[in-house]
Design a protein around this ligand. Structure first.
Ligand SMILES: C[S@@+](CC[C@H](N)C(=O)[O-])C[C@H]1O[C@@H](n2cnc3c(N)ncnc32)[C@H](O)[C@@H]1O
Length: 429
């Protein structure tokens, strides 16, 4: 592996291995075999697959659909983006749709634009009462869009015009109205692109842009609340961030990334076991040289922290969960039927690893490289190592590192991040 490891960040992602790549790749490279595939079984933001793409065939898999979009863009797109790509492919549809939504929300957009430059109290008086799914909407022109009948029609036919999901669901909470109409309009323009891989590149740019502009601490579990002077000013700053500019910024990053590989990389959106059984049924498990395994390691469910990216790619006008204690929608506006990973459930995590080692050891002779840290749901990590030893011959590589934890692992006492030891558990038959 040469010294320059390719990276392209799309989401600020809990547990992503970007900062760990030099250490990780140095330590798994001895087990990689040229001509054999690497399966990234829990691929997240595809950082590991992208880093290995120059030399190996990658099969990426994750249960979240946004992850498969990112993997598709990073692993399957082998061309470069030209200077005038946006103008040639998206601009016309983007602008025509933007005009459509500007007309629908014209009054509120004007008010918002003015008040975002004004006194915070005036802005929040407006923002806390403006039309939003879950509030009573009295404005005659707009109320039709918030009726259940309209939403049910959209759920049947989500790609009908106008694309309006973000404007209805997330304005004045996770985003400003202006940001939402930009998101909906870019989403519309992207859907008019014929090539699936190119759509994934554009959707990845939009994922980046919605992450940059969200009124939160970086993830999507909950939006910030305007309950202090500093909180209000922070939210107002976020709400002025341009989705469009950030989209173009990431598209520009794709211009320089053109990494070609000689292989046909593959991307799946399955439970990890389904992928193993699929490869088995196709007699393809012998193609695999290494399974890289980076499962969830905390009790945080990815489907909660990243429900808005999931909704952006599905664009399905989901049913939103109710608040557990009071009337109305949940604060985070979560999708119903989110996937709950047992790797994140304290009572089930150990059994999940038993199951995973069993399924893999019974079906393939390939080596496993499992990433886990000593500040994870299974503590001490020796317990996990003992489980692995019941199925494999095990060796351990350990590192001191604090990784992206979206706030949860960083101490709040001002002493900075607590050192976390990352481990690679190498399992051989
Ligand atoms: C620690 S993250 C992977 C991070 C990734 N290596 C990166 O660098 O971005 C764990 C991933 O496991 C996925 N996941 C959780 N349960 C899963 C399952 N049963 N099958 C497949 N993927 C799953 C989550 O959606 C999440 O993206």
């Amino acid at each position: 592996m040469n010294n320059k490891i390719p990276t392209l960040q799309i989401l600020k992602y809990m547990g992503n291995k970007r900062a760990l790549l030099p250490w990780l790749i140095t330590n798994i490279e001895p087990y990689l075999k040229e001509g054999k595939s690497i399966v990234d079984l829990f691929s997240g933001t595809a950082s590991v697959g992208y880093a290995l793409k120059p030399k190996y065939k990658i099969i990426a898999n994750d249960i979240q659909e946004y992850s498969s979009i990112i993997s598709e863009a990073l692993l399957k797109f082998n061309y470069s983006i030209k200077d005038n790509d946006f103008d040639n492919n998206l601009n016309e549809n983007y602008l025509s749709h933007l005009t459509l939504l500007e007309d629908v929300f014209c009054l509120y957009l004007k008010k918002e634009n003015k008040l975002l430059k004004a006194d915070p109290d005036l802005y929040f008086n407006f923002s806390n009462t403006a039309p939003l799914f879950g509030r009573t909407v009295t404005n005659k022109k707009l109320s039709q869009f918030y009726h259940l009948d309209f939403l049910n029609r959209k759920r049947q036919n989500p790609k009908s015009l106008p694309y309006i999901l973000f404007s209805l669901y997330y304005s004045h909470t996770f985003y400003s109205l202006r940001q939402c109409i930009e998101i909906d309009s870019l989403r519309y323009a992207i859907d008019q692109i014929k090539s699936k891989v190119k759509r994934s590149v554009y959707l990845s740019c939009l994922l980046f842009a919605i992450n940059k502009s969200v009124s939160s601490t970086g993830h999507f579990a909950e939006h910030l609340n305007a309950n202090s002077v500093s909180g209000k000013s922070r939210i107002m700053q976020y709400r002025k961030v341009s989705v469009y500019d950030n989209f173009l910024k990431k598209l520009n990053d794709f211009r320089g990334m053109c990494i070609n590989n000689a292989y046909k990389n593959e991307v799946y959106n399955l439970d990890y076991k389904e992928l193993i059984f699929k490869l088995k049924s196709e007699n393809r498990l012998d193609e695999v040289g290494l399974f890289y395994i980076d499962p969830p390691y905390t009790s945080t469910q990815y489907s909660r922290f990243y429900h808005i990216p999931e909704t952006l790619v599905k664009y399905d006008y989901p049913i939103i969960t109710k608040h557990r204690l009071r009337e109305g929608l949940s604060q985070g506006r979560y999708r119903e039927e989110r996937y709950q990973s047992t790797f994140s459930q304290l009572r089930k995590a150990k059994d999940s690893f038993h199951e995973m080692f069993r399924v893999l050891s019974e079906n393939t002779n390939a080596t496993l490289a499992l990433s886990y840290s000593d500040n994870s749901i299974i503590k001490p990590i020796d317990d996990l190592i003992e489980i692995a030893k019941q199925y494999y011959t095990v060796s351990i590589v350990k590192n001191g590192y604090s990784h992206s934890a979206q706030g949860s692992r960083f101490s709040s006492n001002g002493k900075g991040a607590k050192p976390i030891h990352e481990h690679i558990i190498i399992c051989r038959n």
